[in-house]
Design a protein around this ligand. Structure first.
Ligand code: ADP
Length: 404
């Protein structure tokens, strides 16, 4: 069976999945794995679709000292031991910049353009691109497809795409991009089957994980996001503050003498639930804690989610459904219930038992806003995009469109 390899490379680990291409063009997940501890104590671990462990192996730190070598290690294991030879590799790439509003097959020209966006996402983009460059050098004929977290939002209207700053900065790429687009696109693709009554209406999707954002969908398309130029804006997250007056950054620089690198580290790693609670960035730990600071951090998260939902409701001029997804959204009945409470003014009414049971529909039949819990699947979205790009033999670059 032909297969597609999906790769999601971060700073110290690479997650990967293998999908089989079934005769009718649908995809079945065969393997999930990751190489973590890159540069320190590298470890390859992978499981089959039934959860059976296929490999668990450690390596010397210097043998796997960057994410390109980490993916090469996983690739060699798939090739040499499982005889899996993917027909294409789909990569998660956080930033498609202003230019890409869909997945794109990567060649040298595309890669150089994507490398220019490193400054827009310095903590993610270089690691996303490193394995692509390495594979391009070693296996130039292997089709590689970049799938962007920003792409799904590139159809936003001008009002949602801009900051109130001089236009030359917009022209060079300082825009409200929005992220988690692969997750939202997956949810939008699942809604017509799961919730045909609302799929074409006004839907707010809350992707609540370590990173968290919300997206307003109209007719299955993104019209507004709580995130902007970087993945720092909007909701508070595990270690990021979410919406914060830029004056706070000026204060940190002028009064605390922090360098750009200090500020970056502070905003990405020391704030959010972790900074606020002083306990943990992990929602499970906060829920389990009896410390009032943990309860305050959860209340803050919920309060801000309510505010952001109000903003998106204004963008949509009403709401027909809210979908909860990602780690917190899929698993925390407490957070969902508290956010649903904040949406009561919009007409939302929670079915407490359905919520406690993590049912797919968690609103009461008479609720003015339907409430759903849907697991996201960004990897499947990447596999689908990859298959469609490499199947488009007529014009493999056809979806490299300029944003309006
Ligand atoms: P990411 O993919 O961005 O790392 P996830 O979508 O996996 O994040 O979400 C991670 C978050 O989900 C963590 O804060 C974790 O505590 C939270 N989470 C996972 N399971 C539960 C649960 N059962 N109850 C509450 N929070 C949970």
């Amino acid at each position: 069976m032909d297969t597609i390899l999906v790769a999601n490379a971060g700073s110290s680990s690479v997650k990967f999945q293998v999908f089989g291409i079934v005769g009718d063009g649908s995809l079945t997940r065969q393997i999930r794995g990751q190489v973590d501890g890159v540069g320190s104590r590298p470890r390859l671990r992978a499981v089959a679709s039934d959860g059976a462990v296929l490999v668990e192996r450690t390596y010397e730190g210097e043998l796997v000292d960057d994410v390109a070598k980490a993916l090469a290690t996983a690739g060699a294991w798939l090739r040499d031991e499982l005889k899996i030879h993917p027909v294409a590799i789909g990569h998660r790439v956080v930033h498609g910049g202003p230019d890409y509003c869909g997945p794109i097959r990567v060649n040298e020209v595309v890669l150089q353009r994507l490398e220019r966006y490193v400054s827009l996402a310095p903590l993610h983009q270089p690691y996303n691109l490193k394995p692509i460059r390495s594979i391009l050098a070693r296996f130039p004929d292997m089709p590689q497809v970049a799938c962007f977290d920003t792409a799904f939002h590139r159809g936003h209207g001008a009002l949602a795409d801009c900051y109130a700053i001089p236009e030359d900065l917009y022209a060079e790429g300082v825009r409200r991009y929005g992220f988690h687009g692969l997750s939202y696109e997956y949810i939008a693709s699942a809604l017509p089957r799961i919730a045909p009554g609302v799929a074409s209406k006004r839907v707010i999707v809350a992707h609540l994980g370590s990173g968290a954002s919300m997206c307003a969908l109209r007719n299955g398309l993104s019209v507004e996001s709580t995130m902007g130029f970087t993945a720092l804006d909007g909701l508070p997250m595990g270690t990021r503050p979410g919406q914060t007056d830029p004056g706070v950054v000026l204060y940190l620089v002028s009064e605390k003498g922090m360098s750009p690198a200090d500020v970056q580290n502070f905003l990405y790693r020391e704030c959010g639930l972790k900074g606020l609670s002083g306990i943990s960035n992990d929602m499970r730990e906060l829920e389990a804690s009896a410390d009032p600071r943990a309860a305050f951090a959860i209340d803050y998260f919920v309060y801000r989610a309510g505010l952001m939902a109000g903003m998106l409701a204004a963008a949509l001029q009403g709401v027909d459904a809210v979908v909860f997804t990602a780690g917190v959204g899929e698993n925390s009945a407490r957070v969902r219930a508290a956010i649903a409470d904040k949406l009561a003014w919009l007409g939302a009414s929670l079915d407490v038992n359905a919520n406690a049971a993590h049912s797919q529909v968690i609103s009461r039949p008479d609720s003015g806003v339907a409430l759903y819990v849907l697991p996201t699947d960004e990897e499947l979205m990447i596999a689908r995009h990859t298959l469609s790009v490499v199947s488009d033999k007529t014009n493999p670059q056809s979806n490299a469109r300029r944003a309006p």
